[in-house]
Design a protein around this ligand. Structure first.
Ligand code: BES
Ligand code: MN
Length: 457
């Protein structure tokens, strides 16, 4: 059976696959940092070339006003066979704070079962899972189905140019389903398929007071401190129930059905799970909802960064001229991030005191999405996971965002199988990001099984 020889191929080429992953990780493709522009191009070129090496028949780089997009295909199975479009993003989040890494972020290091590096889990490791699986299948010279790839370099900054690219290349990207391994698993022994993602609305809020830093003795008491104004505004964004206190914010929130709440209650994601994952002393959240509901099915608001005044060593007596916060909200169906922007702006207009000037900028966003659990590809993937893990996958709502999922539905009319082999403890977006290699290997087998399984239909 070709699937067995493909699985055997994957087993004998493990160390080669890992070598390739290390090569890709060593390219510091930080999309948000202009200093890494050439690294973005290098990563795209590395992928474009690797795709040809694994047997794809076409592999191209498309430039965008931002970072390049890699498209590749092998349509050798013919038009009567299904086509899977595999999605990935080769960009990573900045590695800072650097001093908290135990090994350099772009020098992949293996410690016991883990590969430690920025991008190891989110998501270069996941791209290499798919590539290694496809390589193992293509090496059989019998093609169960057609494969296309779309690999972008802007996911971590909101997939800025991807929707337009998809719109312009609808025919090129035509497919029966999208395989997106940018989601993850609940635990190494809990195979997981994600069916909903939250959206995002990301803002920068600046508050300006005096036109320069002031001596806080000469002016303290007559000048309103922008840091205090900002702190008060932030404090006002939640009410006592842990709900977001922007008027109108919940108007479009689609309520969870009783059925869905029952299903979510069965997931191994209780209070103890979140305490263990985070090291926080206690949980916080919207009253009346379980942790799995709060993360997957309810919106949230966070301060991602905060800056004001003197933050060096020692003390300095000033009233700062300005204060700034990065504030983001995770949205759920059917909230619209642009509308949330308007609601937030109106709220600030009503609550900001006349003692300061302020500016609100929306830095990015994307809609939430829900995927069709009855798609044949989901059934095939569930079966593949069952074969590898020996148990049925669980279906969960994810709190993170992959905004392009909704665009794929809207523009291509294509559903996504959202999966992945990263784990909640992988420290993604954080120092010492790592990848659990045994789960990674299982992921390769699962995708091989899936490709054969889905091809039979
Ligand atoms: N892979 C993550 C999303 C994710 C995280 C899925 C955890 C499942 C579990 C993705 O790369 C990501 O971080 N997305 C950003 C999107 C944003 C910048 C638009 C996010 O969620 O912050
Ligand atoms: Mn990410």
């Amino acid at each position: 059976m070709p699937s067995e020889t493909a699985l055997a191929f994957a087993n004998t080429h493990q160390s080669k696959f890992l070598q390739h992953l290390k090569e890709l990780i060593a390219i510091p493709s930080i999309s948000t940092d202009p200093d890494h522009k050439t690294d973005m191009q290098h990563a795209a070129e590395w992928l474009q070339k690797r795709l040809l090496d694994i047997g794809m028949t076409r592999s191209e780089i498309y430039q965008t006003p931002g970072h390049p997009i890699v498209y590749s295909e092998c349509l050798a199975a013919g038009p009567q066979k299904p086509t899977v479009l595999i999605y990935g993003h080769y960009d990573v989040q900045p590695p800072d704070p650097l001093d908290l890494w135990s090994t350099p972020p772009f020098s992949p290091t293996i410690e016991q079962d883990y590969l430690i590096a920025r991008g190891a889990s989110d998501m270069k490791g996941q791209i290499l899972v798919s590539m290694s699986a496809v390589e193992s299948v293509l090496a059989q010279k019998e093609f169960p189905l057609n494969i296309k790839w779309i690999l972008e370099g802007e996911e971590e900054i909101g997939s800025i140019h991807l929707p337009e690219f998809i719109q312009e290349h609808r025919d090129l990207l035509a497919c029966d389903v999208i395989l997106n391994p940018d989601a993850g698993m609940i635990a190494p022994d809990v195979p997981t398929i994600v069916y909903a993602l939250r959206g995002l609305a990301y803002f920068e809020l600046r508050v300006y007071g005096p036109d320069h830093d002031l001596h806080s003795g000469m002016f303290g008491g007559v000048i309103h401190n922008p840091a205090i104004v900002l702190a008060e505004q932030i404090a006002r964004l939640h009410d006592e129930q842990g709900r977001i206190a922007i008027p109108g914010f919940y108007d479009r929130v689609r309520e969870l059905s009783a059925e869905e709440r029952q299903a979510l209650a069965l997931l191994p994601m209780d209070e103890a799970y979140y305490l263990r994952q985070t090291g926080a002393p206690a949980l916080y959240g919207e009253a009346g909802y379980s942790p799995a509901e709060q993360v997957g099915g309810r919106p949230s608001l966070d301060v991602n960064g905060l800056y004001a005044g003197f933050i060096g060593q020692g003390s300095k007596t000033i009233i700062p001229a300005y204060a700034m916060a990065k504030i983001s909200m995770r949205t759920v169906p059917d909230q619209d991030p642009q509308e949330i922007h308007q609601l937030f702006r109106t709220h600030l207009q009503h609550t900001m005191p006349p003692t300061v000037r302020w500016e609100l900028t929306m830095l990015g966003g994307g809609a939430a999405s829900i995927s069709d659990l009855h798609h044949p590809a989901v059934t095939a993937f569930a079966k593949a996971m069952r074969t590898v893990w020996g148990k049925d996958p669980v279906f969960k709502r994810e709190g993170g965002s992959i905004p392009i999922t909704g665009d794929f539905q809207r523009i291509l009319g294509a559903e996504s199988v959202l999966t992945g082999f990263g784990l909640p403890g992988d420290n993604i977006h954080s120092p010492n990001e790592h990848l659990h290699l045994p789960t990674w290997s299982k992921g390769i087998q699962a995708i091989i099984h899936f490709l054969y399984e889905y091809a039979i239909g």
